[in-house]
Each structure stands twice: as C-alpha cells, then as structure tokens.
Ligand binder design. Structure first.
Ligand code: SAH
Ligand code: SF4
Ligand code: F3S
Length: 481
C-alpha cells in the first residue's frame, strides 16, 4: 500500500458519498484481515434474498461490497461465516420464514466463534419486527433497513470496531447514492434500478411504508450504468421499479418512461430490454408505441390486475376499472400481437364476494394470461385494508384460490403451446439443473426452453426450434442456420 493511501485512510472519513463508503470498505477490510488471521483461514459470506427483483438487485450490491472488503462467497448458508438475510414483508408468510430460519442460524452460530449475522431489507422497516429481534434474537449482529443499504460498509465497520450489535433504521430518505460496487449474479444480464419507493398506497400493500416515497434516478445515471454493463458483457437489462410507468415524473427535468426506453434502446451491446412492474393506471399510449416499434424491448409485459371487480379495485385504491383494464389490454395486444401478458392476482381481499371473484375469473378468461402469480390476501398491519370489515374466512379464500389456480394453469398451458413448431431466439442462462446435457434459455416472451448444449453457450443467443411444450416450458433443438 502506498503512503498516500495510508495517509488518506488515517484521516477522518470523507463526508461525500460514495467516497465515504469506499473509506469504510477499506476500514472493514482491515478488521477482516485480523479476523481471518485469528481464524487461520479466509472468512466467507452468504447473502440470502427473499422477495422481489428489487431485493435481488440490492443483494448484488451487498455482495459487491462484501467482496471488496475481502470476504469470499460461500453458496451454502450453513457453512458461511457471515450470513445476511435480505428480507421481504409483502405477505405475512415471508416474515414467518425468516424467523424460522433465523432460529436455525442461531444454533449454528453457537458452534462457530467467527460467525456474524446481519438482517436487512423491507421487514426491518417495521418497528414491531425490530422490537421482536431485540427481545428474542440477541445473536443478530447487524440490523439495517432499505433506506440506508448504501451504508452497509460503514455499519459493518462500526460493528467490527465496537463488537456490539448495530441497529440503524431510517424512516425514509430522498437520497440516491450512485457508483457503489455491485457484483452481478449473471455475467450476461442485470437488473437496473430506475426508481425507488412507491407512492401508490394500494390499500393492501406495505411496500410504500417500507420502501418510502417514489424517487427516480437521473436518466444520465441510468444510461451510464447500462453503458458500463454493456461494456462488461451484459446483453439483457431488466429495468426495475414498483411502478415503472410513472418513472421520471418527479425529476427536476421530467422524462417519461417511454423516452427513457428510447434512449436505452440506442445503447450498443444491449440486445434485450425488460422492465417491471407496470401499473395499469399509468401505462401510456407512448409506451405502447415504443414497445411496438422496438427491436430490443422483450415481448413480455407484466401487468398486475389484482382483481377483476371494479368494486374491489376501488377498495384496493388501484385507480382503474375492470373495463379500463380490459380496454388497455386490447390496445396492447393490437399494437404488439405477439406480446406475452402476465399478472398478479389477490384473492380474498376484505369484502370480496363470489360475484367479485367471478369478475376476476372473467378477466382471466378474457385476457388469457401467459402466466399469473396468484396470492391469498395477507393482512399487513398499518395498511388501510387491515382494518376493513368483512375479512373473508380462510376456507372460502382457499376454495377461490384453488379455482383460480386451475383456471390460470389451464390457460397458461394453452398459451404456451401456441409456439410449438416455431423457431425463436433464446438467451442461454445456465446448464439445466436436472440434466447436464441440456442448457436452459429464455425467449423474448419470458418462456424457458431446454435444449442440448453445454456451458460454453451460457450468455449467448441461439435460434432454437421449439419441439415440444411441457405445460409452461419447452423442449427444443438448436436450429442450424
Ligand atoms: N408494485 C407492484 C407489485 C409489488 S408486490 C405492482 O403494483 O404491481 C407484488 C405483488 O404482491 C402484488 O402485485 C400483489 O399481487 C401482491 N401483494 C401485495 N401485497 C399483498 C398482500 N397484502 N396480500 C397478498 N398479496 C399481496
Ligand atoms: Fe404496492 Fe401498489 Fe405500490 Fe405495487 S403499486 S408496490 S401493489 S402500493
Ligand atoms: Fe418484498 Fe420489499 Fe420487494 S416487501 S416484494 S422485497 S419491495
């Protein structure tokens, strides 16, 4: 290490970000060196992600910071010296899973003197959760939330220095810190945050409370990141936000999501552009036009409907009607005939009657989704729906859920089968988990195809003949040009 760097390090931590975090990465690295010396081996980490793509992207940032500090990645949680849970709280069962697994981790920690445990993500933004952790889970070393994730290195260095549990949760922030390290899970594709938070306050949803107010990144920062990714071999980007259709509205110089897409489309090396999630109320004609014209935007749109009943949609505060949604779908299908449509549906929202549920089934039959994520309504404390009357009894919800699921599955199998016998372009993502002679590729419409190949094909595009549909994926063969 040269003199300058040592001197720089001896100084106070810089106030500016991201410089401040790079200083703490260095500092934590020094503590880690000592810890590795004491252990007589390199120390390892494992980040376990719950929840959505936003969390997955955040985990890549945590991984990037940990690798810079000098930790070595260990895929098996039970063997790692530093376990980080990046949590989700969108439904109650997500929380239960974390507590269950945390109990197990506590027992493992007793046997490993070098072990540390950190918890972060959406669940930590709930005060009751942090209280419970403080009371019953003393063995946790570090707790932080969604707003200060960029400070991970600083918080970790503080934990290493003090030897005490560090808890730091912020209520909200308007800060976006650019240019921190990040380590991609796949070399050839990457999520890119275009905005954070959510202002929609759907009445069942906890996300606006745990992720804070909506804020968009500057388009220049997004473009710069994607250009760098492209230079580093990335060909597919997934633009991430809770409501990408309202991107840019709050910027000093407002930019629409469609305009942003047009700029991203021009970046050399990027072949495929995906995005999620689209809120139906903000999906513009301009966006439909850009999708129809684009060579790079994938033929897939995730358009959560949540319910088919206008009465329930109103109680959900979704701000569209059944007819408005169906009309939107009609316009999209007309402009982009080969589009694959997917959705999210909640059953058992307070006050949902059999008639309301029939409206949901009706939308499913009319739209004919390529696939749908179906959820049982989960009561989230603090949301308006949690205190609504007429919570629907469990047995009724389960029955509706099963009926919805079988309808959705039947339609998606039929939708999948229509591509049989066509040749399509697949981006190979991995060697097949179950059969090493096959690789798994993703089509523009988000379907997967398994076909003969090997690891050398990962990250490359191939023309594939879709030989046989197996419900929700394909078996194919490589098409020789
Ligand atoms: N911002 C996205 C969704 C984020 S949460 C959007 O608006 O579409 C992902 C999905 O979880 C939601 O679409 C919804 O279907 C489901 N969800 C959210 N809160 C829920 C709750 N309290 N109970 C059950 N499902 C819920
Ligand atoms: Fe939740 Fe609605 Fe925001 Fe989606 S748009 S994150 S469902 S509040
Ligand atoms: Fe879950 Fe947070 Fe995403 S609550 S769904 S991880 S934004």
């Amino acid at each position: 290490m040269n003199e300058n760097r040592i001197n720089a390090f001896m100084d106070e931590a810089p106030v500016q970000e991201p410089e401040r975090q790079y200083y703490y990465i260095e500092k934590a690295g020094r503590y880690l060196d000592k810890m590795c010396e004491a252990a007589g081996r390199p120390l390892t980490f494992c980040v376990t992600t719950f929840g959505c793509q936003m969390n997955a992207r955040d985990s890549e940032k945590l991984t990037g910071i940990l690798e810079r500090i000098g930790y070595v990645e260990e895929p098996e949680e039970e063997k790692a010296d530093f376990v980080i849970y990046n949590t989700c709280t969108v439904r109650e069962n997500a929380n239960q899973r974390v507590y269950g697994r945390l109990g197990q981790l506590g027992r493992i920690k007793k046997k490993n003197p070098h072990m540390m445990i950190a918890l972060c993500g959406c669940m930590m933004q709930e005060p009751e959760v942090v209280e419970k952790l403080k009371k019953s889970y003393h063995f946790v070393d570090l707790i932080f939330g969604t707003h200060n994730i960029y400070k991970f290195a600083e918080l970790l260095a503080t934990r290493m220095e003090s030897g005490r549990t560090v808890i730091d949760i912020w209520k909200d922030t308007d800060k976006i810190v650019e240019d921190l390290p990040s380590e991609r899970k796949y070399p050839f594709k990457s999520g890119v945050n275009i905005m954070f938070g959510c202002n929609n306050f759907c009445s069942y949803c906890i996300v606006p409370y745990v992720r804070g107010r909506e804020r968009s990144r500057e388009p220049e920062a997004i473009i710069r990141e994607i250009e760098r990714l492209a230079a580093d071999g990335v060909t597919e980007v997934m633009l991430l936000g809770q409501n990408v259709n309202s991107y840019g509205k709050t910027l000093e110089h407002p930019v629409t999501f469609a305009q942003l897409l047009r700029r991203i489309e021009k970046i050399d090396g990027i072949e495929r552009i995906r995005f999620m999630t689209s809120h139906p109320k903000d999906l513009s004609d301009e966006l439909i036009e850009v999708m129809a014209e684009s060579e790079k935007i994938c033929r897939h749109l995730h358009l959560p409907v949540q319910s088919g009943s206008t009465r329930i949609l109103e109680k959900m505060n979704r701000r569209y009607t059944k007819e408005g949604y169906l009309d939107l779908v009609g316009r999209i299908k007309k402009a982009v005939p080969d589009i694959s449509l997917t959705t999210d549906i909640i059953v058992g929202f307070p006050g949902e009657t059999e008639e309301d549920f029939q409206e949901t089934l009706d939308v499913v039959r009319k739209v004919r989704y390529d696939s749908a994520f179906t959820f049982i309504y989960s009561k989230r404390t603090g949301t308006p729906a949690a205190v609504m009357e007429d919570q629907v009894p469990d047995e009724i919800v389960k029955d509706r859920f099963n009926r919805l699921l079988s309808e959705v599955q039947e339609i998606s199998a039929e939708r999948c089968a229509v591509h049989t016998g066509t040749v399509q372009t697949a981006l190979v993502e991995s060697v097949n988990d179950h059969d090493e002679s096959l690789v798994t590729g993703r089509l523009s419409n988000n379907l997967l195809v398994h076909f003969p190949g090997d690891a050398s094909m990962i990250g490359k595009f191939f023309r594939v003949y879709l030989k046989e549909c197996r419900g929700f994926y394909y078996i194919g063969t490589l098409q020789k040009e």
